[in-house]
Ligand binder design. Structure first.
Ligand SMILES: Cc1ncc(C[n+]2csc(CCOP(=O)(O)OP(=O)(O)O)c2C)c(N)n1
Ligand SMILES: [Mg+2]
Length: 290
C-alpha cells in the first residue's frame, strides 16, 4: 500500500545530465541553468512529460546549456536558434519550444530572425544570455557592448551606441518582452509567466561574464518593474521604461527588470488551419507523412 502510494505520487523529474559543466567557476550561466531546470521540473511534476519540451541552443558559452539539460532538441548553428525553433514548432505544434541564444547569437548573427520571430508571434520562448560580449571567442564586442569598451580587436574602444533589444522587440510587435538579471529567482519568476503566455516570449537575461565582461555592478542598479506598479499592457509605458537603460553602465544608471510588455494576440500557429488540426490530433510531422 505504501509503495503504491509512493508510485502514484508524482516525483519531480530530474533534468540533469552526466556531462560535467565546462563553464568557468561562478559563471552566471549556472544561475540560468538552475532557474530553467527548476521551472521545467515543476511543469513535469505537474503532469507535463519530458517529451513535451524541445530546446534549441546557439553556439557560444550559453550554448553549452544544451549538454546540461536532459531534453530533446538541437544545438544549432550560431545565430540560427529561432529558425530551428520555428521549424520544430511547425513540425509539431504540440511541443513547448524553448530557444537559448547569446547576445552575439541573437543580436549580431541572428538579428534578422529575431525581428521576424516577434512579428510572427509563434508560441516560442526565447532566452537571450546577454553578457555583452562574444565570450566563447574570448571577448570581442557585440551589438550590446557599452561605449568605450576595449579589447584586442577594438583597441580604441567601442564608438557606436549599443542596440537596445527591448525597444527593438517592442517595435517589432513582440507580445511578451522581459528582462531579468541572471539570478535563479528572477529567471524562475519570469519564465513561469512566459510559459503561460500564448505567443512569442522574449526574455533577456543580463549576465556578467566574469572573465571578459566582469562588471557585476548590475546587481546594485537593477529594480523590479512589478514593484513600481508598471502597467505591462501599456505600450507607451513599456517604451519609456525600455529607454531608461542604454546598456552603458554609469554610476547613476538604473536598470528596470521584469515584464515590460505583455499583450496576447493571434499566434502564428493559429493563423494556419493545418497546424490547428495537428494540434487537435496531438500528432507531429511523422504522422503527416504517412
Ligand atoms: C556563423 C559563425 N560565425 C562565427 C562563429 C564563431 N563563434 C563561435 S562562438 C562565438 C561567440 C558567441 O557569442 P555569444 O553568442 O554572445 O555567446 P557567449 O559565448 O557569449 O555565451 C562566435 C563568434 C561561428 N561558430 N559561426
Ligand atoms: Mg555573449
Amino acid at each position: 500500500m505504501k509503495i503504491k502510494k509512493m508510485l502514484n505520487k508524482k516525483m519531480p523529474t530530474n533534468l540533469s545530465t552526466q556531462t560535467k559543466p565546462t563553464w568557468c567557476p561562478g559563471c552566471f550561466n549556472f544561475q540560468i541553468l538552475a532557474g530553467v531546470k527548476k521551472v521545467l521540473e515543476e511543469e513535469i511534476a505537474k503532469g507535463k512529460k519530458k517529451e513535451d519540451f524541445a530546446i534549441v541552443t546557439g553556439i557560444g558559452c550559453h550554448g553549452k546549456i544544451f549538454d546540461y539539460l536532459n531534453l530533446n532538441g538541437i544545438n544549432t548553428l550560431h545565430g540560427r536558434v529561432l529558425p530551428a525553433c520555428l521549424g520544430i514548432k511547425i513540425g509539431n505544434p504540440n511541443l513547448s519550444v524553448l530557444g537559448f541564444a547569446g547576445d552575439g547569437d541573437a543580436y549580431a548573427e541572428g538579428i534578422e530572425h529575431l525581428i521576424h520571430a516577434a512579428r510572427y508571434n509563434s508560441d516560442l520562448k526565447y532566452i537571450v544570455h546577454n553578457n555583452q560580449i562574444f565570450a566563447l571567442t574570448v571577448g570581442q564586442p557585440t551589438p550590446t557592448t557599452e561605449l568605450e569598451f576595449k579589447d584586442k580587436t577594438t583597441p580604441l574602444g567601442v564608438k557606436i551606441l549599443p542596440l537596445n533589444p527591448i525597444k527593438l522587440m517592442l517595435a517589432s510587435g513582440a507580445s511578451f518582452v522581459a528582462r531579468v538579471f541572471a539570478d535563479v529567482k528572477q529567471i524562475e519568476n519570469v519564465l513561469k509567466k512566459a510559459l503561460k503566455h500564448k505567443g512569442f516570449a522574449f526574455i533577456e537575461v543580463l549576465q556578467p561574464c566574469l572573465i571578459f565582461h566582469p562588471d557585476i555592478s548590475y546587481k546594485s542598479k537593477i529594480y523590479s518593474l512589478e514593484k513600481t506598479g508598471h502597467n505591462k499592457t501599456n505600450f507607451e509605458q513599456a517604451w519609456k521604461k525600455a529607454e531608461e537603460f542604454n546598456y552603458c553602465l554609469k554610476e547613476k544608471t538604473k536598470i528596470p527588470t521584469g515584464i515590460f510588455y505583455q499583450k496576447e494576440r493571434e499566434t502564428f500557429e493559429e493563423k494556419f488551419p493545418q497546424l490547428q488540426n495537428l494540434k487537435k490530433k496531438g500528432i507531429g510531422w511523422k504522422d503527416i507523412r504517412r
